[in-house]
Design a protein around this ligand. Structure first.
Ligand code: HEC
Length: 232
């Protein structure tokens, strides 16, 4: 086609124009045949393999994308459903039983109406009390003329000034208590030492049983030449 136009242009043939055109067309066709049949055979094959390789990577990419997309979709669905159906987290574990708080409150009120110390002391048992001082004996001597162990000796402690054993390194909190040891004071101390004396060195958690404490106090009463009478 282009050749035809070229022929009409700069080199206009004078005679045999048609034959020349056929010749050109012939050589052109030959060239085309040569191109498609000869050395030009390899490139199309190469092109094909290239396309295959590209296809393979494209497929792998497609599969990876599908897997990723599914994973992301599942995650997004979970987040979304969590947002929509916000899980109702219990503030405290377990089930609230109807009527349970009232039932629990009733016995809690009972210890508040605890027997006064005088009443407890009136029926206290010093022998039982001696047995109950087992944990105290790890730190205290209860014998007459006893010496300091971890804690000061306790013979005759009732009526004795607080923190008065010479040479014993009492805590500042104990020194600040002041006054003499009464049954009431000792009762409060041994119920929970850390609550009664700030920063006490008496690392004893305390005796929570009021009856046991009364028995211990009754035993302490016996550890004296002139026992201090119980409060009325
Ligand atoms: C782990 C050791 C330990 C145990 C157990 C212990 N105490 Fe003490 N106790 C001490 C120490 C130490 C002190 C001095 C506290 C301070 O200075 O703060 C002390 C102080 C005392 C005091 C004051 C004495 C004073 O001279 O002012 C009394 C009373 C007392 N204890 C009674 C008891 C009784 C009763 C028990 C048992 C129910 C007991 N303790 C158990 C270590 C102990």
């Amino acid at each position: 086609m282009g050749l035809g136009i070229y022929g009409f242009g700069s080199r206009r043939p004078k005679k045999g124009y048609g034959a020349a055109l056929i010749r050109v067309a012939k050589s052109d066709a030959k060239r085309l045949i040569k191109f498609s049949g000869g050395a030009s055979c390899a490139p199309p094959i190469e092109f094909q393999t290239g396309a295959d390789a590209r296809m393979e990577t494209t497929n792998a990419n497609k599969i990876a994308l599908a897997v990723l997309g599914t994973l992301l979709g599942t995650m997004a669905l979970g987040i979304f459903s969590n947002a929509v159906f916000a899980p109702n987290k219990a503030l405290k574990p377990g089930y609230e039983l109807p009527g349970a708080p009232e039932a629990a409150a009733a016995p809690a009120a009972a210890p508040a109406a605890e027997e006064p110390l005088a009443a407890l002391l009136a029926k206290a048992d010093p022998a039982k009390g001696q047995a109950d001082t087992k944990p105290c004996q790890a730190c205290h001597s209860f014998d007459k003329g006893g010496v300091a162990k971890v804690g000061p000796p306790l013979y005759g402690v009732v009526g004795r000034p607080v923190a008065s054993i010479a040479g014993f390194a009492y805590s500042d909190g104990m020194k600040a208590v002041g006054g003499d040891w009464t049954y009431d004071k000792i009762n409060t101390l041994i119920a929970k030492p850390s609550a009664f004396v700030k920063g006490t060195k008496m690392s004893f958690p305390g005796e929570s049983d009021a009856h046991k404490r009364a028995d211990i106090l009754a035993y302490l009463q016996t550890l004296s030449e002139s026992p201090v009478p119980f409060p009325k």
